[in-house]
Design a protein around this ligand. Sequence first.
Ligand SMILES: [Fe+2]
Length: 308
Amino acid sequence: MLTKQQFIHHSLHLNLFFLRIIKEHFIFLEAALFMKNKKLMGEAEFFKNEFERLLKHTIMLAESAMDFKMPNANEFVTKYTLDAEKITQFATGIPIDMSITKMEISLMSEKDSKHHHALLEDHVYKLNDRIIKTVTAVIKVKSQLLEDVLSCKLFVNTYPSLLEHVLEETKHYLDLLSKLQGRIEIHMKQDLMSEENFWNHIMSEHSLFIRGLLDPSEKQLFDIADEFAEEFETLEKQTEDLNMLSSGLSALTERTIRSVTALRDFKAQATEGLLGCKIKAIILPLLADHVLREANHYLHLLNMPDDM
Ligand SMILES: [Fe+2]
């Protein structure tokens, strides 16, 4: 059972991370649609705006939470996020509210101790509830979209696997948030193992997406991306095998931390290369920064003490 403080902090952390992730999924979707699907574009725009509102609300609540620390803030925004948003907006014409990113940057640099809002717990509970409803609607939309793409009723300029991938992430978020809302601990040992499995799978897919979206002339980069995909597939299998055993877990976790750190560095280089127009690819800089933040988030989870 979570304490009031844990409930508030875990909720704020989870929402700060995932609300931005889901909002960006809609930017990527909108950018992948064709003229013919104006209605879907409008829907993507609607959800993007809704998630921007939810994220703003979360930031405001985080500002009023006493002792709310963001030690691994690079999972929420990185030093590249603002530039990646500017270039992505310029490239796609999709409006992105960058004031939110600035709010987050100043939230991270805030050092003064804050006064605890008396009704904070209640506000967080209500916010979580609103998010759960919205995310449930998003899962329906994303599932339908995937079904239409797989049955060739709809053509989008992105991989069907990527649509499946964002759907999995959304379901994972809903699952975690629903547990939190029920005050269930989400970082028990068993959960960490299934988290590892989930995130190893996500990391392996990121490597494959990066490879597939690079220009065919970028041979050296897709060899690196291929190696990462292979490594995370191996880790995913090994985590599955170890799921029932506790021995060997820490050695596997150590190897995972090393591999995620290496992939994180590769993603940071890729983001920098795309922002500086040094890499040929069909990857929006914001997508590169997005997967970089997911690696940072995973590293944060892996380095978390067992009792959290
Ligand atoms: Fe992802």
